[in-house]
Design a protein around this ligand. Structure first.
Ligand code: GLU
Length: 465
């Protein structure tokens, strides 16, 4: 077998949702794992339901996930002439024919077949009439089986008598999905088709077209759908969002890929994989054949793991980007990106997403006189007893020659000794003074990120509150 050429063939009738993204990821992995090619085809033949907005969103989502494709994107709508050329060839070679049965005729025939205990299918009454107009139908063989070995589901066989004479070209001249997919996959050199198992019934029909054309039949694999925790079709409420909604929520693309890959693919009981690892380890042998259940809690956990491992420089860029989206470029320019670089490592163990990290970094990026204070915390911790202590320790911090974590630790230790008090007496008051609230990363590291001047300005302001 030559090199693997796989593809993703979305219909741009909506955004790229989690299920579609997973299919794209598996196809991408299949190609990348073997040094093959991954192609992208936009199946925009349904002119009424396809939109440019959806096309753009799909392309953006793929880019964001890092699922870069090889070659040009193929737009199916531009290939109608080629599809019709193939249909004409099928008519010429006797594999297809014009049919003038009305929908009512076909329905009546199907009903009759059902009554006689046969399959409710169209038998091709016009097959031998030699008509020269009408819809074009495929002449399905009237005996034998069409079988293939699904990469995920294993062997599948369908009696040809169960399949009716599918329409290849409608009366308005437009080719149908099954025909267009086969022609496009063939012309694009696709030899591995991985897709959702809502298409598994189309596959024997498509194989018949390949054979009629004398073309090599690709390998097919159909991945089971993703279910919600209620074991029903995944709903919005349970996470069936578009990929870009996860981007907006501050998920990291590698985390999304990692989580999606594990919905249906496994490598022992390993949960976390870098993209490189997935590329190295992926094979369709380990694609599961039962539906996977979407678990938002686990997804959040995976994202948290990636937040922890991320490079602070990368996080800083993302934080800057999210801040800019929120407040605009002008206002965001007031924030020093280095503040994010420094604060990120403090928040990495506790932030679930970029949005969460930005939220937690807010007290760091506002100047002292804009720091919002949690009123309850102020009442409780900035009291007549604690304020003089704060003032005094601020004085000692000011006198520090070296503003380092070690220096801060020493100052505080000495202070507690001199006053004969426990750290907890001053810890929360200091925290509220410099962060405005009772939760924050470690005090000294927080002070280090704020810097000496800002730390003192905040303590001063707190004393004056
Ligand atoms: N365009 C089809 C869909 O979005 C997929 C076709 C295929 O993968 O063969 O469902």
């Amino acid at each position: 077998m030559g090199k693997i050429i796989s593809r993703f063939a979305p219909s741009p009738t909506g955004y790229l949702h989690i299920g579609g993204a997973r299919t794209a990821l598996f196809s991408w992995l299949l190609a990348r794992a073997s040094g093959g090619e991954f192609r992208l085809r936009v199946e925009d033949t349904d002119r009424e339901r396809s939109t440019q907005e959806a096309t753009d969103a799909i392309i953006d989502s793929m880019k964001w996930l890092g699922l870069e494709h090889d070659g040009e994107i193929v737009f199916q709508s531009t290939r109608a002439d080629r599809h019709n050329e193939v249909i004409d060839q099928l008519i010429e070679s006797g594999h297809a024919y014009y049919c003038q049965c009305s929908k009512e005729d076909v329905d009546a025939m199907r009903e009759q077949a059902m009554k006689e205990g046969r399959k409710p299918k169209y038998d091709g009454t016009c097959r031998e009439k030699g008509l020269t107009s009408g819809v074009v139908r495929f002449k399905t063989p009237q005996d034998g089986v069409t079988a293939f070995k699904d990469m995920v589901k294993g062997p599948i066989a369908v009696e040809n008598t169960e399949m009716d004479d599918m329409i290849l070209r409608r009366t308005d001249g437009s080719p149908t999905y099954n025909l267009a997919v086969v022609v496009d996959d063939h012309d694009m050199g696709v030899n591995h088709v991985l897709r959702g198992d809502d298409h598994v019934n189309n596959t024997p029909r498509q194989i018949l077209i390949y054979r009629a054309m004398g073309w090599d039949v690709p390998e097919f694999g159909h991945v089971p759908m993703i279910l919600g925790p209620d074991k029903k079709k995944l709903s919005k409420r349970h996470g069936a969002l578009s990929v870009m909604e996860y981007e907006k929520m501050g998920y990291l693309p590698e985390a999304v890929c990692n989580y999606l890959a594990r919905l249906g693919w496994s490598h022992g009981d390993q949960e976390l994989f870098t993209m490189e690892e997935m590329v190295k380890l992926f094979s369709t042998d380990h694609l599961g054949n039962s539906p996977s259940v979407f678990d938002l809690t686990k997804f959040e956990w995976v994202n948290g793991q990636y937040m922890q491992k991320a490079d602070p420089e990368v996080l800083a860029d993302l934080l800057m980007d999210f801040l800019t989206r929120e407040v605009g470029e002008e206002e965001a320019a007031n924030v020093d990106r280095m503040m994010f670089v420094n604060v990120a490592p403090l928040l990495q163990p506790r932030a679930k997403s970029i949005v969460d990290m930005l939220e937690q970094s807010r007290p760091f990026i506002v100047p002292a006189n804009f720091l919002p204070y949690d009123e309850k915390a102020v009442k409780k911790f900035l009291t007549d007893e604690t304020k003089p202590l704060l003032e005094e320790i601020a004085g000692r911090i000011e006198a520090l020659d070296e503003f380092t974590e070690k220096g801060l630790e020493d100052v505080h230790r000495q202070f507690l000794e001199d006053k004969d008090i426990k750290f907890k007496v001053i810890a929360q008051p200091i925290r509220v003074a410099i962060m405005g609230k009772t939760q924050s990363p470690g005090l000294f590291e927080t002070m280090m990120v704020l810097g000496k001047d800002e730390t003192l300005a905040r303590m001063q302001r707190a004393v004056e509150l």
